[in-house]
Design a protein around this ligand. Structure first.
Ligand code: SAM
Ligand code: SF4
Ligand code: SF4
Length: 361
C-alpha cells in the first residue's frame, strides 16, 4: 500500500535503521518504565463534546493545525521505532478524531511492520467507522478498538457531542467493529454529574452479555476549556455501587500491572466492565505512558504543560541515535504524577494545560 502523502511503498523512512537492538529498559525518575505510546494523529474532531472541545472555544474560527504541521505517517513510524528501543510495546492511535486522518490503515500497516510493536489500538468516536473501514483497519494490523459513547438516550448524547450525532450510528459502528473481528469492543463512557450519570445503569444493562466491555471514565480536568469542577465528577465507587446493586460484581485481577482501568465482572457471567478512576483513585505510580501530539510534541503526562519538540529534530535532520538520546533524557527525568498531586493543589490554580483533543486522550 502506498503512503498517504508521497505514494511511496511501505518502507522505513530515510534515517530509520532496521534491526536495532532494544536498549536496556528505560525508567523514569520514579522507576516507571516506558511501555505505551499514545499517538494523536490529528487535533481536529467532527464532534464538539462539551467536556472536551466545547463549541465556545472550538468554534468556526478556531485555528487547527495546518496539514504540513502534522507529523507525516513516515515521521510517526520513525519516531515509534525509536520509542520501541526504549521499551514501548503498545501503541494507541487517538486524536482529536483519528478517523478524520485519511488512510489511517496505511499508518497502521507501517506501525505493524515495526519489530517490537506488539499491540496497535484505536480510540474513536465511531462516526466514520463503516464495516468496510473497520475491515481495512483490522487487515492492516489493528488489534483493538475503543469506541466512545456517553449515553443511549439520543437527546442526552446529541447534547453531549453537540453536533447532533445520533446514538444509532455509534451503535452501528460498534457492530461494524465486532463484525470486522475487532472484538471485544471497548466502549468509553465519560460520566458527568447532572449530565449523564443517570444513564450509567442503562448503559450497563445494554452492554451486559454482548461481549463488549463498557468502561466508565471519571470526568477529568484535562486542558483549560471544559471549565471542570470537582463536583461534576461521579466517583468510581458510586458508579460501581449503582451497577452492583442491580447485578452483583466482583473484581478481576489486572492482566497487566499498570492497567488504568479497574476491572470487574458480573457474578452471573454476563461479562465485565472497567472503571477509570483517575480523579478519585489516581494510578500515577504505575503510569508507563508517553503521548505524542499530532505536531510531534512529546508529553510525559496527560496533564503536561510543556511538550518536547521531536518534530523539530526530525525535520532538522537528526539521526535516530540523536532522537533516542533525547528521548532517554526526557524519560529518565520524568517525575509526573499530576493526578496524585491534584488533591493537594488548590483548585483555583489553573495552569495552562494542553487540551485532550490535542494531546490525545
Ligand atoms: N475522538 C476520539 C473519541 O472520542 O473516542 C478519541 C479522542 S478522545 C480525546 C479519547 C477519550 O477521551 C474519549 O473516550 C473521551 O470520551 C475521553 N475524554 C475526553 N475528554 C475527557 C474528560 N474531560 N474527562 C474524561 N475523559 C475524557
Ligand atoms: Fe472529539 Fe473525542 Fe473530544 Fe469528543 S471526546 S470532542 S469525539 S476528541
Ligand atoms: Fe500518568 Fe500523568 Fe495520568 Fe498520573 S496524571 S496517570 S502521570 S498521565
Amino acid at each position: 500500500m502506498p503512503n498517504e502523502l508521497t505514494g511511496t511503498p511501505l518502507v522505513p523512512s530515510a534515517g530509520a535503521s532496521q534491526n536495532q537492538a532494544p536498549s536496556p529498559e528505560t525508567r523514569d525518575a520514579l522507576g516507571r518504565r516506558l511501555k505505551d505510546l499514545r499517538i494523536s494523529v490529528t487535533d481536529r474532531c467532527n464532534f464538539r463534546c462539551t467536556y472536551c472541545m466545547p463549541k465556545e472555544v472550538f468554534g468556526p474560527d478556531f485555528a487547527f493545525l495546518p496539514h504540513q504541521e502534522l507529523l507525516t505517517f513516515e515521521e510517526i513510524a520513525r519516531l515509534t521505532q525509536v520509542f520501541v528501543r526504549h521499551g514501548v510495546r503498545k501503541v494507541r492511535l487517538t486524536g482529536g478524531e483519528p478517523l478524520l486522518r485519511r488512510d489511517l490503515e496505511v499508518l497502521i500497516a507501517m506501525l505493524n511492520q515495526i519489530d517490537g510493536v506488539e499491540d496497535i489500538a484505536l480510540t474513536t468516536n465511531g462516526s466514520l467507522l463503516t464495516l468496510d473501514k473497520a475491515r481495512r483497519l483490522k487487515a492492516a494490523g489493528l488489534r483493538r478498538i475503543t469506541i466512545s459513547l456517553d449515553s443511549l438516550d439520543n437527546d442526552i448524547f446529541t447534547s453531549m457531542n453537540d453536533v447532533r450525532f445520533p446514538v444509532s450510528k455509534v451503535l452501528e459502528a460498534i457492530d461494524a467493529a465486532k463484525h470486522a473481528g475487532l472484538s471485544p469492543v471497548k466502549i468509553n463512557m465519560v460520566v458527568r454529574k447532572g449530565t449523564n450519570d443517570h444513564c450509567v445503569v442503562k448503559m450497563a444493562e445494554h452492554f451486559r452479555g454482548t461481549g463488549h466491555i463498557l468502561r466508565f471514565i471519571e470526568y477529568m480536568d484535562v486542558g483549560n476549556s471544559n471549565q471542570w469542577k470537582l463536583d461534576e465528577v461521579v466517583p468510581a465507587a458510586q458508579i460501581l455501587e449503582a451497577i452492583d446493586s442491580q447485578w452483583p460484581l466482583e473484581p478481576v485481577s489486572p492482566v497487566l500491572p499498570g492497567e488504568v482501568a479497574k476491572r470487574y465482572r458480573y457474578r452471573d457471567g454476563k461479562g465485565e466492565i472497567g472503571i477509570i478512576a483517575s480523579v478519585t483513585q489516581p494510578f500515577c505510580s504505575g503510569c508507563t505512558r508517553a503521548r505524542l501530539s499530532s505536531e510531534g510534541l512529546l508529553y510525559t503526562c496527560l496533564f503536561g504543560t510543556r511538550g518536547h519538540d521531536l518534530r523539530a529534530m526530525l525535520r532538522e535532520g537528526a539521526s535516530d541515535e540523536q532522537i533516542s538520546e533525547r528521548l532517554e533524557s526526557i524519560w529518565t527525568a520524568r517525575t509526573d504524577r499530576y493526578s496524585e498531586l491534584r488533591s493537594e493543589q488548590t483548585r483555583t490554580q489553573r495552569r495552562n494545560r494542553v487540551e485532550m483533543s490535542h494531546i490525545g486522550g
